[in-house]
Write a protein that binds this ligand. Structure first.
Ligand code: ADP
Length: 590
């Protein structure tokens, strides 16, 4: 997409979000261009009538001019007043609209982009700037229209006096615009170059001020050292930006001085012409004001041109974000997912590395998850268990090999449809500051709320007892962010997360370290419910804890991204490999 196209596209956003208000804004702009000119001409008529060398001075006419003058000012005042309402309303509508466009994009963006620093740089700039740029582009254009019209008519008027004056008016306005253009580009480049540092400062500020970090900030006495680092980073940013702004002020002053010089010479010239009797006093007043307004119109017009240029630069970040293409290719002709899974999911010769990295974290994985089975993935930290789960949900695609769902590659399905069939609770699940019910039904939010299913899921997750003890039970607000919220223990939160997995009507249920904060007895009961669910589903359990795994139909042992053992508990014990070693160690430690 080329940069001029950005402007067209930005105007399209403006139009789509606020048609009526955009029209009103344009009308007020045109009126603001025309009305000052009319008042200026009236002043000339009044002065000329008063100074006319005739015996029959008709005050009636002057009175009419003055009344008209008052009416024009009244209209101008109305326009000015409502313009603020119109432009603020329109700006709010466009900004909200842009926010939803950005949210739609970010919600759908591949997970891998969230792990990419360059993406974060772009997003940071978009978030801070892009939402209000489209409306500014419209403002630039309409200001340009208004000031351009005004300037053209004023320049036309001044040409009557002398063509040189119109030339001076325009020529001496250019240096000011040049300075603005040069420094806005310089600031843009500087901000782009320094965005990582800016993000670092925001991040440090977040650590210091957000509740999640408060415990560690206080216990580790992190306040002072992190604040020092924050101040240091801000100081670098401040000093560099101040340097550019100082240069801009200096250059701006020189350009402004040239403009003042032009004004002084022109005023002298007009006064000289009047002195010589070549023009009337009314003309003098009109030309003085015309030149003055002309100067301000040219400055504003050129500022709009520079603003247009500047806003277009910032829009490049927005379109960079909006044009990001998913690495997960959409099928051209998607195959509908089988309503009910018949056989299972198979991974064939799967290799995987995270985008932007070089090491394979999964190597030559051949594995089948059969319908009706509980399969446990075990292995040491970093052996690739979670990565394998992420591939099953198609958060990433394998580097090599393929994953089949009842024999069909999962790449042939619509992504949303595939994900609707899978329920996953990751070990770093989120704690939402919503009610208990909403925290549970979040796994299937788009379906109408099923209160009985929520209760059943809660029971299976072993969460009923403590929820019944909460003051507002299922309506209890969780977390302490909002009034009346209750905080839960780590284990209780984990049970809420487990209930999420049980709530969703899915074909494949995956629990990644689902019970690390839950005691072994409660875990055994939960696994029992889990096992009962398995009749017509696929259940996958990622876990470190091995003592409750006798219930699993198959246990897959991963080491450094490869499958090294596979079988049920008894078979793996008999194999006397890594599984037995890990199992014995855990039994001894308990
Ligand atoms: P496990 O679940 O068995 O503890 P993971 O699948 O989380 O292991 O991680 C396997 C390997 O992949 C680890 O070496 C880890 O450093 C790497 N890894 C995990 N997540 C990412 C990521 N988002 N980007 C790059 N590397 C990752």
């Amino acid at each position: 997409m080329t940069r001029p196209y950005y402007i067209v596209q930005a105007l399209k956003f403006v139009w789509e979000s606020s048609k009526k208000w955009t029209i009103l804004l344009l009308i007020t702009q045109v009126l603001q261009a025309v009305l000052p000119l009319c008042t200026l001409y009236l002043i000339k008529l009044i002065v000329d009538s008063l100074t006319a060398q005739t015996d029959t001075l008709d005050f009636q006419i002057i009175l009419q001019y003055i009344v008209l003058f008052g009416v024009l000012h009244l209209v101008q005042a109305i326009v000015k007043n409502y313009q603020q309402l119109i432009s603020e309303t329109q700006q709010q509508l466009v900004t909200d609209y842009m926010s939803t466009i950005i949210i739609d994009k970010v919600v759908d963006i591949d997970i891998s982009y969230h792990e990419n620093a360059q993406y974060h740089d772009t997003f940071h700039q978009v978030q801070g700037q892009a939402v209000y740029r489209p409306v500014q582009i419209l403002k630039n254009l309409s200001d340009l229209l208004r000031n351009g019209l005004l300037l053209a008519s004023l320049a036309g008027l001044l040409v009557f006096l002398h063509w040189g004056i119109a030339f001076v008016l325009i020529a001496f306005g250019l240096p000011i615009a040049g300075v603005k253009w040069y420094y806005s580009k310089k600031l843009f480049d500087w901000e782009k170059q320094r965005i990582s540092l800016e993000r670092e400062a925001s991040y440090l500020n977040e650590i210091l001020t957000e509740g999640n970090y408060a415990k560690e900030v206080q216990i580790f006495n992190l306040g002072d050292p992190i604040k020092e680092q924050f101040v240091k980073v801000r100081k670098v940013l401040f000093t560099e930006k101040y340097g550019i702004n100082k240069q801009r002020a200096r250059s701006g002053f020189i350009a402004q001085s040239l403009n003042i010089l032009a004004m002084t010479i022109t005023y002298g010239f007009i006064a000289w012409r009047t002195f010589q009797g070549l023009i009337t006093i009314g003309d003098l007043v009109m030309y003085f004001q015309a030149f003055q307004r002309g100067q301000s119109a040219i400055q504003q017009a050129l500022t709009s041109v520079v603003g247009l240029y500047n806003n277009r630069l910032f829009l490049s970040h927005l379109f960079e974000l909006l044009n990001i293409e998913s690495l997960l290719k959409k099928p051209k002709h998607p195959t509908p997912l089988p309503a009910i899974i018949q056989e299972g999911i198979t991974l064939e010769k799967v290799d995987f590395k995270y985008p932007g990295t070089t090491r394979n974290v999964l190597k030559d994985i051949n594995l089948t998850f059969k319908k009706g089975q509980v399969v446990a993935l075990v292995g040491e930290n970093g052996s690739g268990k979670t990565s394998l789960v992420k591939l099953l949900c198609r958060l990433y695609d394998p580097e090599k090999g393929a994953i089949y769902w009842d024999g069909i590659s999962i790449k042939d399905f619509r992504l949303k449809e595939l994900r609707q069939k899978i329920s996953v609770i990751y070990q770093d699940f989120e704690k939402y500051h919503f009610s208990v019910s909403d925290n549970i039904r979040i796994s299937d939010w788009q379906q109408p709320i099923q209160e009985q299913t929520i209760k059943d899921a809660t029971y299976k997750a072993g969460a009923s007892t403590f929820i019944e003890q909460l003051p507002n039970k299922f309506d209890q607000q969780l977390g302490r962010l909002f009034m009346g919220g209750a905080e839960l223990s780590g284990g209780q939160w984990q049970k809420i997360a487990l209930a999420r997995a049980f709530y969703k009507e899915a074909e494949v249920i995956i629990l990644d370290e689902p019970s690390s904060a839950i005691d072994p007895l409660a875990e055994a009961a939960i696994f029992e419910h889990f096992k009962k669910l398995a009749k017509d589903k696929i259940l996958i359990l990622v876990t470190h804890r091995l003592y409750n795994l006798k219930m699993a139909d198959s246990i897959v042992v991963l080491q450094e991204g490869s499958i090294i053992e596979q079988g049920n508990h008894e078979e793996l014990v008999a194999e006397e490999g890594l599984y037995l070693k890990m199992f014995e160690k855990q039994v001894k430690n308990n």
